[in-house]
Design a protein around this ligand. Structure first.
Ligand SMILES: O=C([O-])C(=O)C[C@H](O)[C@@H](O)C(=O)[O-]
Ligand SMILES: [Mg+2]
Length: 425
């Protein structure tokens, strides 16, 4: 294969919007449309590498600046990609081949958005699945967990599409019903409850109902920093009773507070909020503030950065799993390819995927069965675009009017005095 045929000739970024149910969290409630961007990087011989990233305006501006500068690059030259991204996004002049060590999330996210399509292309050119480009698999598939949300039955304003059939989930019995459907449909073997919505004692009643209905299933709760240290201390005996939790995710909102909670927590603390860049690791270790990092290639700098993070976690005796936002199958495929390469991926990963009805990849949604997903077969990521779906979801983006996620604004349609100030409890 000559280098000239695999050079990059174009890079495209398409914002999309897809249906999202009214899921509650500490910040409010999901709007009827979730935003993402779909990234395509094309080579001279017509191959297309795919990626998926955030769809907010700031991300889109960064990606639009970078895309034309990729023309002429070799998809195997990830350091050249890094130099282009670092030259255009972020204020640190460092143009070396590192992973946003100073904690610049915008820069790391921009790098990740294009790194995945570059790696997808590498796999396609080599005719190898992406996980082999990343060093090979240590397991056949990645385990995902049932991601439960408190939920309204429907959006406040008619979004112009049919109401989802999950119904309301505001009580322990309704949560159990939601979990039952998730587990029956996908075979999940562990459960995460998105919390920070109701006073903690109410949410613990939900956890206890889940424990009774699903004995033996590891449980997690994630209030997204919605509790104070004092509240966390007060309810810790309830959380610790009968080994209720596998880990406690982001009870409080700063690294220092997580360090305080870690001193009296009998269970591991997990985070996708306080340790979100390589630059945060030294202090995390110093304070022994976090025992499980929920990695996310979208903001850690990509799939290789995720592997580096996993190595650091192993070095410091920290567990690793994966965080997720509302996403499509390209992200799930990327998570799964990297997930099978991480020797120390010791927990089932988060995914919002069951909440998404729309899909942008050809062949429809990927199938999580028995709680696990194997990397899609075929070279690279193993997924291709459904161009009609892309056009339809792009039209949704143009029509929906949302340009930045705002769960608090959406919640004020239900509760005009809603205040997302943290800690809420
Ligand atoms: O684990 C997490 O913190 C998340 O998944 C963050 C997301 O924003 C989640 O809370 C959501 O989508 O409501
Ligand atoms: Mg979280």
């Amino acid at each position: 294969m000559s280098l000239s045929t695999t050079r990059i000739v174009a890079a495209r970024v398409t914002p999309i919007a897809f249906r999202d149910p009214p899921l509650l969290n500490v910040a409010g409630v999901h709007e009827p449309w979730a935003l993402r961007s779909i990234i395509e990087v094309e080579t001279a011989d017509g191959r297309v590498g795919l990626g998926e990233s955030y769809g907010n305006l700031e991300t889109l501006e960064h990606l639009a600046k970078i895309a034309p500068q990729l023309v002429g690059l070799d998809p195997f030259d990830l350091n050249a990609l890094t130099r282009v991204v670092y030259g255009l996004v972020g204020n640190n002049p460092d143009t070396g081949a590192t992973f946003a060590p100073e904690g610049d999330k915008a820069r790391a996210s921009a790098l990740a958005a294009f790194e995945v399509p570059f790696l997808d292309l590498q796999g396609q050119i080599l005719d190898r699945p992406l996980y082999q480009v990343l060093g090979g698999a240590v397991r056949p598939h990645v385990a995902y967990s049932a991601y439960l949300f408190y939920k309204f039955a429907q959006h406040k304003e008619d979004p112009g599409y049919p109401t989802d059939d999950w119904g309301e989930a505001l009580t322990p019995a309704q949560l159990v019903q939601q979990a039952r459907r998730m587990i029956d449909s996908y075979g999940f073997g562990s459960i995460k409850l998105k919390a920070g919505v109701f006073p903690p004692e109410e949410e613990i009643a939900g956890l206890k109902a889940l424990r009774a209905a699903f004995p033996g299933y590891p449980l997690r709760i994630d209030p997204n920093g919605g509790w104070s240290v004092a509240t966390t201390r007060r309810i810790m005996p309830l959380l610790a009773a009968e080994g209720l939790l596998e880990y406690l995710e982001d009870p409080v909102s700063t690294l220092e507070e997580m360090g305080e909670v870690a001193q009296f927590s009998p269970m591991p603390l997990a985070t996708n909020m306080v340790t979100v860049a390589f630059g945060h690791i030294p202090k995390t270790v110093q304070l022994d503030a976090v025992q499980v990092i929920l990695s996310d290639h979208h903001y850690w700098g990509g799939l290789r950065a995720t592997q580096h993070l996993a190595t650091l976690c192993r070095t410091f005796g920290i567990g690793i799993s994966m965080h997720s936002n509302s996403h499509m199958g390209i992200s799930l495929a990327a998570m799964t390819h990297v997930g099978v390469t991480l020797p120390n991926l010791s927990y089932a990963c988060d995914t919002h995927y069951p909440w998404q009805e729309d899909e942008v990849i050809a062949g429809g949604k990927l199938s999580i069965r028995n709680g696990v997903l194997a990397p899609p077969p075929g070279p690279g990521l193993g997924v291709t675009l459904d161009r009609q779906a892309l056009a339809r979801l792009h039209q949704n983006y143009l029509d929906c009017g949302i340009r930045k996620r705002d769960d608090a604004k959406e919640m004020r349609k239900h509760q005009p005095d809603f205040n997302p100030q943290c800690p809420r409890f």
